[in-house]
Write a protein that binds this ligand. Sequence first.
Ligand SMILES: [Zn+2]
Length: 205
Amino acid sequence: MSFTPSTENLIKALQLMPGIGLRSAQRLALHLLERAPEEARNLSVALETALAAVKKCPTCRTLTESDQCDICASPEREEATICVVISDADKEGLELSGHFKGRYFVLHGALSPIDGIGPEQLGIWQLIDLISAQDSKVTEVLLALDDQMESDATAYFISEQLKKGSIACSRVRFAQFKSGSLDKADSRVIADALANKQTIGFEHD
Ligand SMILES: [Zn+2]
């Protein structure tokens, strides 16, 4: 079966989305073009608008529409602890629980050399620079990552980079959650995970 060149292009673009295979991409593309041109136009405008307005906070990489995200801009938040998460959805989950008062750093992924995702793509050097800056007040890093293999590798990599300093580094485990679903976790699960953080390494001054 062959579609028009533009339809093929749309199918290819949809297929790049996570969890969308060729069949789903074809179904979506044909649905939008055949039965829902108005929704398709709305989707296109919403996408363009979001792409123009949303950017990463220069400090913590949270998605924001301001020069700095609300949490980095807030004087109420403790500066001593940074919680590293894989996605904005995980940050939202922790925020909803109300159990964390520090600041965040969002990686937007986990190390995956096979997909070309290294420390640079995840902002890990930016995180290290942030923590080791002269005026940094950070004394503790919480790695609130799920238990996927890539997340373990990412946590190990970050903790190795922090070994040289006097930063306490702990792993906060959400065993039954995959990154992206923490916003559905109940607040007690998050409170327990934060209370049971596991120290990875701490070298005193
Ligand atoms: Zn921020």
